[in-house]
Design a protein around this ligand. Structure first.
Ligand SMILES: Nc1ncnc2c1ncn2[C@@H]1O[C@H](COP(=O)(O)OP(=O)(O)OP(=O)(O)O)[C@@H](O)[C@H]1O
Ligand SMILES: [Mg+2]
Length: 442
């Protein structure tokens, strides 16, 4: 029975008993019969009052207890959300919150192979990048990989995951802090990045290139050596390196990442990553390790110095008549001849570039892209070499047979040079073998 109905009913019964008392007095006057009935009537009224008092005072107690519990719960929730924020743990967002923050998913920041990224502003004014992962099966896998890898790591040079949102049977969303200057590719490559013309005009100065190289190395060293489980990124490339307002680099996009326990030396997984940055061991079914990230890092380092894609079509005429130019091979040759400065991005002002830095960066890059993983340095060692704490020795010669085959896809020959083989198609292993068999040997 509802509280209000109960109170009304008890009041009505009490009033009826009082009226009955009046009627009895009118009928019998102050007779013996009247006093007997009046006694019973008064006892009934008293019983109703006592019952109502007990019932409603215990009800009031229960209600106030429930109110206090709710308040305590609210406070706990508040404290928990503050703790999550302080600890950097991701928050669960509602779809409506993200829709409002991005103004209906209007401003596209970037598009990858399986996701679109939109700019947004949260209620508290925080600028965010909202990544919408489409596609049920891969979407789920990518979402899990990204949350698992990023939820527990904290580093200045890793993008911060602020939260996530799950739409039942719909897309998954990841909410990141917004990184002001976008991805590295638009700052080091000229028109071939396939981005807008304004992006093509951006040119990262030499000093900042060195700083970015060190930032990325630090982030990877942290993931490989300083986390409870080793985190393999497995898709290190300029598109996945973001630059903030002071051009500090943040490694992003953990959609293909893998956790590896400290006592494992390799993990076996399906081919993941992007052509041009894939280490040769991807072709062997023996598995990959943190050294596969070292290889991709080496490839990125070469692109930072050269300001060009490692693999690109050169010459005029139809694509089928043009040749592939493989930058790591050119760099190895120039280094052998001691003409390192000739591979530096020619758009950079000559006086700006320091020869000893170029040499160190090229040497480190060539160490990183050794075909044998055991010859490659660890990322911690790379940090030491780039920051001058460890000597950088001349790298050994490397064959680069498998690597350039891995970098080129026959399909790209049909594309223009404006569409380099970096578009992020994560092809299954069988597709790689198929494309290798169609390539003529070098
Ligand atoms: N936090 C961010 N701030 C600013 N821009 C971002 C942010 N995150 C992503 N972007 C932009 O969106 C692009 C795509 O993001 P992301 O790499 O996470 O998607 P993806 O679909 O996994 O890409 P791919 O599979 O091709 O590597 C980035 O290259 C970058 O330009
Ligand atoms: Mg990406």
């Amino acid at each position: 029975m509802k509280v209000k109905t109960g109170k009304v009913l008890a009041g009505a019964v009490a009033v009826s008993l009082l009226i009955l008392l009046l009627i009895l007095w009118l009928c019998f006057g102050f007779t013996k019969a009247f006093f007997i009935f009046a006694g019973i009537d008064s006892a009934a009224i008293l019983a109703i009052f006592i019952w109502a008092m007990f019932k409603y005072s215990s009800l009031d107690r229960r209600l106030s207890m429930a109110r206090r519990t709710a308040l305590d719960g609210e406070e706990l929730r508040l404290q928990y959300s503050i703790l999550r924020k302080v600890a950097g743990l991701p928050t669960l967002f509602r779809y409506e919150q993200l829709e409002a923050a991005t103004d209906g998913f209007r401003a596209v920041l970037g598009k990858g192979s399986s996701a679109s990224v939109f700019k947004g502003i949260l209620d508290d004014g925080t600028a965010v990048a909202v990544k919408r992962i489409d596609g049920q099966e891969h979407g789920e896998e990518e979402f899990r990989a990204e949350v698992t890898a990023l939820a527990s790591v904290q580093h200045l040079n890793l993008v911060r995951l602020l939260g996530y949102c799950l739409v039942p049977r719909g897309p998954r969303f990841l909410v990141y802090e917004f990184i002001e200057n976008g991805s590295l590719d638009s700052w080091i490559f000229s028109g071939d990045s396939g981005r807008s013309t304004s992006a093509a005009q951006r040119l990262l100065p030499w000093e900042q290139r060195c700083a970015v190289a060190l930032d990325v190395a630090r982030a990877l060293a942290y993931l490989h050596h300083d986390c409870r489980s080793r985190v393999l990124h497995l898709d290190v490339k300029p598109e996945n390196i973001l630059l903030d307002e002071v051009f500090r680099a943040c490694v992003a996009d953990f959609g293909l990442s893998k956790l590896m326990s400290r006592d494992e030396s390799r993990v076996v997984t399906t081919v993941r990553g992007t052509r041009g940055y894939l280490a040769p061991e991807w072709l062997l079914e023996s598995g990959v390790s943190e050294k596969s990230d070292v290889y991709s890092y080496g490839m990125v380092l070469l692109e930072i110095v050269g300001g060009r894609r490692n693999v690109r079509l050169v010459g005029d005429g139809p694509a089928s008549q043009r040749k592939w130019s493989y930058f790591p091979r050119i760099v190895a040759e120039k280094v052998r001849q001691g003409r390192e400065m000739e591979v530096v991005d020619e758009r950079l002002p000559a006086g700006e570039v320091e020869e000893n830095q170029v040499k160190a960066m090229l040497y480190v890059a060539l160490w990183c892209i050794q075909e044998k993983p055991t010859l490659r340095p660890t990322m911690a060692r790379v940090v030491d070499m780039l920051s001058g704490r460890a000597p950088v020795e001349a790298p050994p010669e490397t064959e680069m047979v498998v690597v350039d085959l891995l970098a080129i896809d026959h399909d790209d020959a049909g594309d223009s040079a404006a569409a380099p083989p970096h578009a992020g198609q994560n092809r299954p292993m069988s597709a790689y073998f198929a494309s290798l068999s169609t390539l003529s040997p070098r």
